[in-house]
Design a protein around this ligand. Structure first.
Ligand code: NAD
Length: 496
């Protein structure tokens, strides 16, 4: 069968890259399945996309926000209608199981509906003036052209987290999808195009980090860079944006942990830890990669975990019985394998897994055995560095204070969780855990789009995605003073 070719979306038209080059998009569960060829774009494509976004900016900003919201509502309806097809494409493209890709599309539906509603709020503040006959308020203004750079692990949800708040606030956008998942972004852009976005308001340029990402970051017409991805790339974007004095928001890695106390419901904790560690094959920024278990229950809980980890069914995510899909690509698989070797060298006890999985139906994909390490010390690299694969480290702890110290002894600060039946312990943990998200009696994953998402320390640079907090990224505050006294009034001078 002929391989389908997909184009960039610039100024309302689907166009080829000026490079004339394309790249392949393969199914990580079966590399003989090619989803299509995508544009290997270059700086000139980015230039054209940014110019289109600049030209569209004024008219889009002037369109009343509730009208912009109507376009997002229509996009939400189309996402619902096409949910199954979008989730199937995503499953073939990225490998996570169908139940999860349906959840990914659902997250985009929730996001566009939430921000469509924000079109009728976009709240500012009113404040009293220190002078008579003077009115003070703040309004949110769009920042201009947003450059959005996205990863492959949430191929539709994360792009929607950036596009929906940016667009409703009156910005125009150039988006670059991850090279492993351009089809899902093409699908999302098509939905928004059909929902009625005017030409130039949203532009999509596919290609590599150096070929497309860097030109977006460095383009003088891009007013804000919104990035989600690895810490290394985030650091590179930081230095480029800082040199250009350009605002940027970063959502990066995690080394998330679940604490299991001696009073926890161990069966409940088991489900949460398995879902956190092996859901999305461990390739979530919020994945649980450390479970910190009270010494009184660590043996029992590790045995429970081992039994269930060994029984996980690997395979093509489109098959209903599959519980764990492949890793996204071979480089990722090699990285996970390398960390398993490091863990063994450091003296952690490999309880199961640790190698490629080549079982039935998995020979042509990037499968890796769900892996459990026991007796892990907090100083080991497998307890400190982001692995981004199905690898879980069990660390014993003495008490709550000890557990909190282990969780916080990390350069990342995205998500944490605690299983306990003691409400005092739960609230102490909420206060003490240095992460942007904390769950009580639930796994490290499960964000809802009307709450802010993001992390402390090396996970980000202080910004949050979604929720009303997203507007702190995608808008500039303007303070407005209306003097209706009919005379010159001098703040500070007349009031002192
Ligand atoms: P990545 O950094 O390799 O790539 C992310 C995007 O940046 C891709 O589109 C890539 O092409 C582009 N890129 C690469 N180099 C670039 C450069 N120099 N300049 C500009 N753009 C460049 O990350 P990934 O492998 O796609 O994603 C996995 C990482 O993302 C993990 O570390 C994970 O924790 C993180 N992540 C974080 C969150 C969060 O919200 N905190 C969510 C999902 C994923």
């Amino acid at each position: 069968m002929a391989v389908k070719s997909f184009k960039n979306f610039i100024d309302g038209k689907w166009v080829n890259s000026v490079s004339g080059e394309t790249f392949e998009n393969l199914n990580p569960a079966n590399t003989r399945d090619c989803l299509g060829r995508f544009q290997q774009s270059v700086g000139e494509d980015v230039n054209r996309a940014v110019n289109a976004a600049l030209n569209a900016r004024e008219a889009w900003r002037k369109l009343p926000a509730p009208r912009r919201g109507e376009i997002l509502y229509r996009a939400g309806e189309a996402l619902i209608k096409n949910k199954d097809a979008l989730a199937r494409d995503m499953c073939r493209e990225m490998g996570k199981i169908l139940k999860e890709t349906l959840g990914d599309v659902q997250e985009a539906i929730d996001t566009v509906y939430y921000f469509a509603g924000e079109g009728r709020r976009l709240e500012g503040e009113t404040r009293p003036s220190e002078l008579s006959d003077k009115f003070c308020m703040t309004v949110r203004m769009p920042v201009g052209v947003v450059g959005a750079i996205t990863p492959w692990n949430f191929p539709i949800a994360i792009p929607s987290w950036k596009l929906a708040p940016a667009l409703i606030a009156g910005n125009t956008v150039v988006i670059k999808p991850a090279t492993d998942t351009p089809l899902s972004v093409v699908n999302l852009v098509q939905v928004l195009e059909k929902a009625g976005l005017p030409p130039g308001v949203l532009n999509m340029v596919a290609g590599s980090g150096s070929g497309v990402g860097v030109p977006i970051v460095e383009h003088s017409g891009v007013n804000l860079v919104s990035f989600t991805g690895s810490t290394n790339t985030g650091a590179d974007i930081s230095s480029r944006c800082a040199a250009a004095m350009k605002p940027f928001s970063l959502e990066m890695g995690g080394k998330n942990a679940i604490i299991v106390m001696d009073d926890a419901d161990l069966d409940l904790a088991l489900e949460g830890v398995l879902w956190g560690a092996f859901g999305t094959t461990g390739q979530r920024c919020t994945a649980c990669s450390r479970v910190i278990v009270h010494k009184k229950v660590v043996k029992k809980f590790t045995d429970m975990l081992l039994q269930r980890t060994k029984a996980l069914r690997l395979g093509d995510g489109l098959k209903s019985k599959t519980e764990v899909g492949p890793l996204v690509n071979e480089a990722q698989r090699q990285k996970v394998k390398k960390y398993c070797e490091i863990g063994k060298e450091e003296g952690a006890r490999l309880l199961t897994g640790g190698d490629y999985h080549r079982g039935k139906g998995c020979k042509d994909g990037f499968f890796f055995q769900p892996t459990l390490f026991g007796e892990v010390d907090p100083k080991m690299r497998i307890a400190r560095e982001e692995i981004f694969g199905p690898v879980l480290a069990v660390l014993p702890c003495k008490d709550l204070d000890d557990a909190v110290e282990i969780v916080n002894d990390s350069k990342f600060g995205l998500s944490s969780a605690i299983y306990t039946r003691d409400v005092n312990r739960a609230f102490k943990a909420i206060e003490a855990l240095d992460t942007g998200i904390t769950y009580i009696n639930s796994s490290t994953i499960g964000a809802e789009v009307h709450l802010p998402f993001g992390g402390t320390k090396g996970t980000g640079n202080g910004h949050r995605e979604v929720g009303s907090a997203a507007f702190d990224t995608y808008t500039e505050w303007k303070s407005v003073f209306v003097d209706y006294s009919g005379k010159l009034q001098k703040a500070q001078i007349e009031t002192g």
